[in-house]
Design a protein around this ligand. Structure first.
Ligand code: ZN
Length: 143
């Protein structure tokens, strides 16, 4: 889906990736690693750079999701402020719908990425925690 949207110009192309031998972040344009001098296959480099860009995107999306989920307690507090109840209600209803949609989209886009990148693992955990927290909050509201 994301590939269909992006008009690939050289400016958009991810240009950094992790050296397969020393794990330093290097440029796809170089023919050898500037740290360990291992030779770089440009095809491999571009694939690795594209993967790294997707992982970075997955991490930032997960942190936006976390921020949105952290707004829920704020909306709950607003419920107790006179004349602001409606705003709090709208905010909570919006999050009730938006959070699961967001989680589903995130999983659809990023869950298949095979990586043991610690940031990516943290992002997966964040999405899981937000999902569980959402289920608990919505469960309580239904009861
Ligand atoms: Zn290297």
């Amino acid at each position: 889906m994301a590939n269909g949207l992006s008009i690939t110009s050289d400016l958009d192309k991810p240009k950094i990736f992790e050296c397969p031998s020393c794990k330093q972040t290097i440029d796809t344009a170089s023919s050898e690693c500037r740290f360990c001098f291992a030779s770089i296959d440009p095809t491999v480099a571009e694939a690795a750079a594209a993967k790294m860009a997707r992982i970075n995107r997955a991490c930032s999306d997960a942190s936006y999701l976390k921020i949105a989920a952290l707004c829920a307690p704020a909306f709950l507090l607003i419920l107790f402020i006179p004349f602001m109840t409606l705003m709090g209600e709208i905010g909570i209803i919006f999050l009730e719908v938006a959070v699961p949609v967001w989680i589903a989209l995130w999983c659809f886009r990023f869950l298949r990425i095979q990586s043991d990148d610690p940031d990516f693992r943290r992002a997966k955990k964040t999405v899981l925690i937000v999902g569980v927290a959402w289920a608990i909050v919505v469960g309580f509201r239904i009861l």
